[in-house]
Design a protein around this ligand. Structure first.
Ligand SMILES: [Zn+2]
Length: 443
């Protein structure tokens, strides 16, 4: 009897460790709402962080703000044996490039790279924005605390660096502060070009823009829901790929959408109290964010943000009108919620950075057959693979089957016409790559 019990416990514990990694729970616990509050307060305290604002002052303007962000990353790096490579990446944007660039400006991003041990050229990026604005997008002198938009995302990236720098990863992890967002997404455009020039392999960009508001302008208060915006297919696809989609599917299965599903799945596994909302669009209706320039360059990128926005606080001059307090002030930010969304980013990055790379090619076949066949290119460090499928109307990968070290598998009794399929690579500790939608047909 005793032996039986011990054996049962042993079996249960192996099953559990195969499914989840304790380190991921530790990462969630390590994210601090107090430090996020302090950092948002510091950023809001620079008066304005408008992209065209003062760069000389030590206390006011975007120059002071970016120097402080850089020094924070450097302090974090000092604490981890110089595990971060911290630098500025910048581009000159000339007056008149658009109506919001009313003078020449150096758009300066702050970058902190934690190099991966196995795949140093493979990057997972968390971004926030440095810059802020008020009602008039060209007003670069008025007070513009931008506490939620977007000191919250920036503070989240700094806090993620503090927490994740205590670990080593196989892929590289990047903590990124972007500028020029409100003037026309210039920082993201510049950084995506930098990544292209340096042949970066980007697993994904998690763009955080407004992760601290829980009281919606609609009156809803909700500290558990958040949105994951992702475009359906990349804008860089070829005419041939577009045509192929008509016959083989993939209208809602682009690389950014798979990244969004990865975030969703990771949160469901490790933060079941949260309510992640998959939004099937690039961004809010007619509005923009800094993941878009990465998408334009062909990289997977998504936007993570609060579920309920408050428009009396975004992009507003600080004032009171008809009893309504306008402006993006510190007191409207919910730091516990910003902490949760920061944890969402941190666990997604850790899972991806500990996982093997995705299989490069995935083929599928099964036309006029009672079963679907998949084959994929071998991933050297994979322990096995997970084949996923779902109803054609489902937003998430609802069914899966783990297979050991093989590179082809037939799902008996699963008719290809009625489902969508994908394959991920699984590592030693159970961490998985992003799912790859088939890009080849087996005849
Ligand atoms: Zn904004």
């Amino acid at each position: 009897m005793k032996l039986y019990l011990t054996l049962t416990c042993f079996i249960i514990s192996t099953v559990l460790t195969a499914q989840t990694d304790q380190r991921i729970y530790d990462i969630i616990d390590a994210v601090s709402a107090d430090r996020i509050e302090k950092d948002i307060a510091t950023l809001a305290g620079f008066g304005t962080r408008h992209t065209l604002s003062d760069t000389v002052s030590k206390t006011r303007g975007i120059g002071a703000a970016r120097r402080w962000i850089k020094s924070e990353f450097e302090a974090i790096s000092k604490d981890c044996n110089n595990c971060l490579n911290v630098f500025y990446q910048k581009d000159l944007v000339e007056k008149g490039t658009n109506q919001r660039i009313v003078k020449d400006v150096m758009v300066v991003n702050v970058v902190a790279v934690q190099k991966g041990t196995k795949y140093p050229n493979s990057y997972i990026i968390m971004s926030g924005d440095i810059d802020s604005r008020v009602s008039d997008p060209t007003d670069y002198t008025s007070d513009s605390p931008g506490a939620n938009d977007n000191a919250s995302g920036m503070a989240g990236a700094i806090e993620a660096a503090r927490v994740l720098s205590k670990y080593t990863f196989e892929h590289s992890v990047v903590y990124l502060g972007l500028s020029g967002e409100e003037q026309g997404l210039f920082g993201g455009k510049g950084f995506a070009a930098y990544a292209k020039e340096n042949n970066w392999d980007i697993i994904g960009v998690l763009n955080n823009d407004m992760i601290g508001n829980i009281t919606g302008v609609d009156g809803v208060i909700d500290n558990r829901s958040f949105r994951i915006f992702s475009e359906p297919v990349p804008p860089t696809e070829t005419e041939r790929q577009r045509n192929a989609r008509r016959f083989y599917g993939g209208e809602v299965d682009g690389i950014s959408r798979q990244l969004a599903r990865y975030v969703h799945n990771t949160v469901e596994t490790y933060m079941p109290e949260m309510n992640p909302m998959m939004i099937y669009r690039l961004d809010r209706f007619g509005r923009g964010g800094h993941h878009r320039p990465f998408n334009d360059a062909g990289y997977p990128g998504i936007r993570i943000m609060e579920a309920h926005e408050n428009y009396t606080q975004q992009h507003q001059d600080i004032r009171t009108e008809d009893g309504i307090e306008y402006g993006d002030k510190l007191k409207f930010v919910n730091f516990d919620y910003a902490k949760k969304l920061t944890a969402v980013n941190a666990i997604t990055m850790a899972s991806l950075a500990w996982a093997p790379p995705s299989p490069k090619d995935v083929g599928i076949g099964g036309i006029v057959e009672p079963s679907a066949k998949l084959e994929w290119s071998k991933v050297n460090d994979a322990k096995g693979y997970k084949i996923y499928w779902r109803d054609t109307t489902s937003p998430t990968w609802d069914h899966s089957r783990y297979v050991d070290d093989v590179t082809t598998f037939t799902l008996e009794g699963i008719v290809i016409d009625n489902f969508f399929f994908g394959v991920s690579a699984v590592g030693e500790k159970g961490h998985e790559s992003v799912v790859v939608f088939p890009n080849k047909i087996i005849r």
